[in-house]
Ligand binder design. Structure first.
Ligand code: FES
Length: 123
């Protein structure tokens, strides 16, 4: 099945509710894909805006994750730090279709990451 700019990263069942899985990105930043207790899915770059703590290892509550390092709370919807903390981590557009998770390809393989296999490669 083709979804244009959407990248199939697997079935929704691979991520238990209330947890996250990481997705390594060749030539880019690791992504954390979250499954909330409400059954929603979100994807953020797996680096806290404070000091790059691994958000995938944080505690998910509602649509927020608490960073495991210094307890900043980050909105899963926007990637923004909440409360009195300031900062933002890129969020990756995500959709669920027929039980599978799709990420926006252009956001995963961002131009800022340099050559990451989006075009033809010299052998
Ligand atoms: S690295 Fe996330 S709160 Fe410090």
């Amino acid at each position: 099945m083709m979804f244009g700019d959407w990248l199939d990263i697997g079935p929704v069942t691979q991520i238990e509710a209330g947890t996250a899985r990481t997705l390594p990105v060749q030539g880019g930043e690791e992504i954390a894909v979250f499954h909330t207790m409400r059954g929603e899915f979100f994807a953020l770059v797996n680096a806290c805006p404070h000091r790059k703590g691994p958000l995938s290892q944080g505690i998910v509550h509602g649509d927020v994750v608490t960073c495991p390092l210094h307890n900043w709370t980050i909105s899963l919807r926007s990637g923004n730090a909440l409360g009195s903390d300031e900062g933002c981590v890129p969020s990756i557009p995500l959709k669920v279709d027929a039980g599978r998770i799709y990420l926006k390809r252009s956001a995963v393989v961002a131009p800022r990451a340099g050559p990451a296999g989006t075009g033809a490669r010299a052998a």
